[in-house]
Design a protein around this ligand. Structure first.
Ligand code: ATP
Ligand code: ZN
Ligand code: MG
Length: 497
């Protein structure tokens, strides 16, 4: 990696009048030998390649390798020049970045079209050249370092995408009898159990399927939550940007988020034009609304992040661990891609989110208990055919945690079941050990100073229903006995003429 930076230090007095150029030359030589090599291996570091002084300006051209990046060198020099000129009663008022060029080796196939704070990108012959558009403030905020980090992330993500190893079969259930070979969503529509709602990927669930959902919840409570000592909480369903910054979702949630906006002001006068327009046209004036609202976050996506605000900034006594809580208080929303399909892939869905918190050992141990309990449900109560797979999301590799994932300490187990009507496998829930990600993001500590870990598991009610009904069908006599008696009689309320 190569850095070339041209900048001016702006001084509070005329440097050329106060200091002779041989004195400056001596000082630059000294900086090149010591200051700009500090922390770098021998022969590496930064170098002032050219300098000139004109009145109150000191022009510098700095070249460097990755060991002392040129912007670091410049920040060091700003200080050092300050000390050098201090005795002459001259201070450094600021700096102007004229040009900043970063060049690095780059894979031909991975195109980079646009980057923040980069005015031009050239990509040729296995090299990537960035021409940055930065000022003093962005150098102090380490923007160039973050751009480099971002490029490394992009490289890693691309590498990860091409790999298959992040899906690994852990467990396969016995073969089970299937009693249905059609799409359960269509069957439910025919039976009047469900109807597509007004929104995209949104359904209205009639009394029958609702009763099935509630039965799933009860099974989950009786078989998992109660025996493992869980207590229920109510998590918020609107999520602020700050929460997503801390949970990491702010890095990539944008194409799938349901955005939430608030009015810029509540003043009815501010909104009068919108109301009048509607009254006159019967059309909701979207453009006029967009001008008057502000995006403040989004709807629940992963369910557990907004809970962490409850613990944010706190220190927990070790003896209350492990903590076990769950939430089933509302919907989750995702703007799904073309794959929207019946109740299998929805924009609005219902999920029970299970969260456990403890030391590393406790969290890993608890995940195993949870897995055992789930297996019992799928085997003995729902009697479905399913498999469990270890999946490593690429962001873990990116966070340097691929090693942990290989050890199977941090990562996710997806539970998948086959849908006989299509032969496809559908993920219907997961169990994740998240390491110290959330406690770190929300600054939660343990009294003993030991690392705090957490895990979570999302049970999708629509997915459970899709899987069960796809495999077992709608003839209740064919349903597994324990489930049948848990559901009881399905209510019949509506008839249409
Ligand atoms: P998929 O790969 O099917 O999109 P995901 O990996 O995005 O799933 P997670 O983010 O792990 O899913 O969410 C946890 C659980 O939430 C899933 O196992 C599933 O039960 C449920 N879920 C996620 N997305 C949807 C959706 N669009 N519709 C219905 N349920 C969903
Ligand atoms: Zn979660
Ligand atoms: Mg998804």
């Amino acid at each position: 990696m190569e850095f070339q930076l041209k900048a001016d230090l702006k001084c509070s007095g005329s440097v050329s009048e106060a200091v002779s150029s041989s004195e400056i030359a001596e000082f630059v030589k000294h900086c090149n030998a010591e200051l700009l090599k500090k922390g770098a291996p021998p022969g590496c570091g930064a170098e002032i390649e050219r300098w000139n002084v004109a009145g109150e300006k000191i022009g510098l051209k700095i070249v460097s390798d990755r060991f002392v990046r040129a912007h670091d060198a410049l920040l060091r020099l700003k200080n050092e020049f300050g000390k050098f000129l201090g005795p002459h009663r001259i201070g450094i008022r600021g700096m102007e970045i004229e040009d900043y060029e970063i060049a690095m080796e780059w894979e031909e196939g991975l195109k980079i079209k646009k980057l923040p704070f980069v005015r031009e990108i050239k990509q040729e012959e296995g090299m990537l050249k960035l021409f940055l558009d930065v000022d003093e403030f962005s150098l102090e905020k380490r923007i160039p370092d973050r751009i480099i980090r971002l490029l490394e992330d992009k490289k890693e993500a691309a590498r990860w995408k091409g790999k298959k190893e992040h899906w690994e079969l852990l467990f396969e259930s016995n073969k089970k009898l299937f009693y249905f070979d059609k799409d359960p969503t269509e069957e439910m529509m025919k039976r009047g159990w469900i109807k597509h709602a007004a929104g995209r990927g949104q359904w209205i669930y009639g009394p029958q399927l609702t009763k099935i959902f509630r039965t799933f919840e009860r099974i989950l409570l009786d078989e998992v939550c109660k025996p493992l000592g869980y207590e229920e909480m109510v998590f918020p369903k609107f999520v602020t940007w700050d929460v997503w910054k801390r949970s990491g979702h702010a890095k990539g949630i944008y194409p799938e988020a349901y955005y939430v906006c608030t009015p810029k002001t509540r003043d009815p006068e501010f909104w009068e034009e919108v109301m009048d327009y509607y009254k006159v046209t019967n059309e909701v004036p979207l453009d006029m609304i967009m001008e008057r609202i502000e995006p403040v976050g989004g709807m629940c996506y992963a369910q557990c992040p907004p809970f962490w605000v409850f613990l944010q900034g706190k220190t927990l006594p070790d003896e209350i661990l492990p903590i076990k809580i769950f939430d089933r208080s509302g919907t989750s929303h995702r703007y799904e891609s073309g794959g929207l399909h019946g109740i299998e892939r929805l924009d609005e869905f219902h999920r029970v989110e299970i969260v456990w918190i403890g030391t590393k050992e406790q969290v890993i141990e608890h995940s195993k208990l949870l897995q055992e309990k789930y297996r019992r449900i799928f085997d003995e109560i729902l009697d479905i055919e399913w498999r469990e797979a270890w999946v490593t999301p690429w962001f873990m590799a990116q966070e340097g945690k691929a090693g942990l994932a290989e050890l199977k300490e941090v990562g996710t187990i997806d539970y998948e079941a086959v849908l006989p009507y299509s032969g496809k496998w559908l993920e219907f829930q997961n169990v994740s050990v998240n390491g110290d990600k959330y406690p770190k993001g929300f600054s939660v500590k343990l009294q003993s100073g030991e690392e705090l870990w957490s895990g979570c598991s999302g049970v999708g009610l629509e997915r459970w229903a899709a899987v069960l009904l796809a495999q077992k069908g709608f003839d209740q006599d064919k349903w597994p006995a324990k489930f049948r008696s848990a559901v009881g009689k399905l209510p019949e309320i509506f008839r249409f003429l």
